[in-house]
Ligand binder design. Sequence first.
Ligand code: ZN
Length: 173
Amino acid sequence: MISIVQNGNPVLREKAHAVSKSDIGSKKLASIITDMKRALAAQKDGVAIAAPQIGVPLRIFVVAGEIFKKEQDERTPDDMVFINPTIVKKSKTKKWLEEGCLSVRWKYGEVHRHTKATVRALNLDGTSFEIGASGLLAQIFQHETDHLDGMLFIDTARNVRSLPPEEPAGEQL
Ligand code: ZN
């Protein structure tokens, strides 16, 4: 099992490096992304993960397919991979949203997030795409890009508190 790096490990505070063009399509990159998906799948409350969270300082995050599932879907869509993501648009409106992180286990707090955000990134083939989101997905985009810049939600959160693992506390980013 791939373990998830916890707060206190310096890799979470590094500014992650961009994935170079020559690494797109490589076995090395594919295996990092497989590890990220496996690490995420092993956390039943996890909805997204950034590469530094498995100890790899590269600008990649993965969002669980579950997040893209529509009511009428029979099967869960594949996890979505974002390579070298940047937020290209965000709403003026912000909201304090409850948040938790796979790397800051059992702590929760409210973070002031833009209610909408658009990300531009590369997919596995190196093709550029853009996706706009509101709600949880917009929150995920902001939380994960923060990870790539060495930030954790507890840096800016208010009302930070601990909940025991057995208490249900929603999705972990
Ligand atoms: Zn996180």
